[in-house]
Write a protein that binds this ligand. Structure first.
Ligand code: GUN
Length: 291
């Protein structure tokens, strides 16, 4: 069994970006600038956004963090998105999800300029991705593809089972893995809460992507020998022995599943760092396209 070390692969991507940003600076060109909007004070979202801002610092990007109280009227948030759309210095805009219930997420996503939508959630980018055209690809599935590429995991002709059908991970993941690309060219099965024979399908999988948000859902009896397992789950589970009061658990029961795998991602240190690296890459591309 080998570890798909997301920390290592993400560092390699960030090191490369750092050099490219330094080169932009030498040439007197514009430095990438990511603007992040955080609404409310959801603990996990706070952590993710802080990690994104920190990654910007690491690679030499500019970043702006805009914070709003949880009860901000939708129209105010949309005004801010518009302001960032119109700001020529801003290359990438992300609005951290989930948003408070009174704000319709699709309204906010639709308001972001597709050319600055480095999260790749705008329907224009989703549509282009579906057609195999250049587009911003959602950071988590993009990061997983970069991880498979980094470790040269063979995907062609393999049966990939994606567990979870979210707009952010499961669905775009199924499109990317089935694309005529490398990595890609998989036969993909997408499973969800109404899938009847989930265990049997997982047992047929050469590659499992677990993205359903249920801690330790994928157990050893669901995984065939030699499978590649990618764990997207990152749920906070209470743990009074820790200072934070919680620990992070993936969607895969790592201890029992890992010995059966050819490759497996750890949690933390697998998909998480790759999501951020992919976001940095998208922001860099956005900046370059404008230059
Ligand atoms: N919430 C969970 N994942 C993501 C992500 O990739 N981008 C944003 N904006 N919000 C998220």
């Amino acid at each position: 069994m080998e570890i798909l070390d997301g920390k290592k692969a993400a560092q390699a991507i960030k090191d490369e970006l750092k050099m490219e940003v330094a080169q932009l600076a030498v040439e007197g060109k514009k430095i990438p600038h990511l603007a992040a909007i955080l609404v409310g004070n959801n603990g996990a979202s706070e952590t993710y956004v802080a990690a994104k801002v920190k990654a910007c610092d690491e690679v030499g990007f500019k970043s702006t963090l805009v914070r709003f109280e949880a009860d901000i009227p939708s129209v105010k948030l949309l005004e801010k998105v518009q302001e960032l759309n119109n700001d020529p210095d801003v290359d990438g805009i992300l609005v951290q999800l989930p948003l408070p219930k009174h704000i319709r997420e699709s309204d906010v996503i639709d308001a972001i300029d597709p050319d600055k939508d480095v999260d790749g959630f705008h329907p224009v980018n989703i549509g282009k991705m579906l057609q195999g055209l250049p587009s911003f690809v959602p950071a988590t599935p993009h990061g997983i593809m970069l991880l498979l590429e980094h470790f040269k995991v063979e995907t062609k002709g393999k049966h990939a089972v994606v567990v979870g059908r979210s707009n952010i991970v499961g669905r775009p993941m199924s499109i990317l893995l089935s694309s005529n690309s490398n990595p890609g060219n998989c036969t993909v099965t997408i499973c969800h809460s109404h899938t009847k024979n989930l265990k049997e399908l997982c047992l047929q999988a050469d590659i499992i992507v677990a993205a359903l948000g249920k801690p330790e859902f994928v157990t050893a009896d669901m995984v065939k020998d030699g499978a590649v397992v990618v764990d997207v789950g990152i749920t906070r589970v209470e743990d009074s022995s820790r200072k934070t009061g919680f620990k992070l658990k993936g969607d895969v029961h790592f201890e029992s599943v890992a010995p059966k795998c050819s490759w497996i991602t750890p949690v933390p240190g697998g998909v998480g760092p790759m999501t951020i690296a992919a976001l940095m890459k998208n922001t860099f591309v956005s900046c370059k396209l404008k230059n």
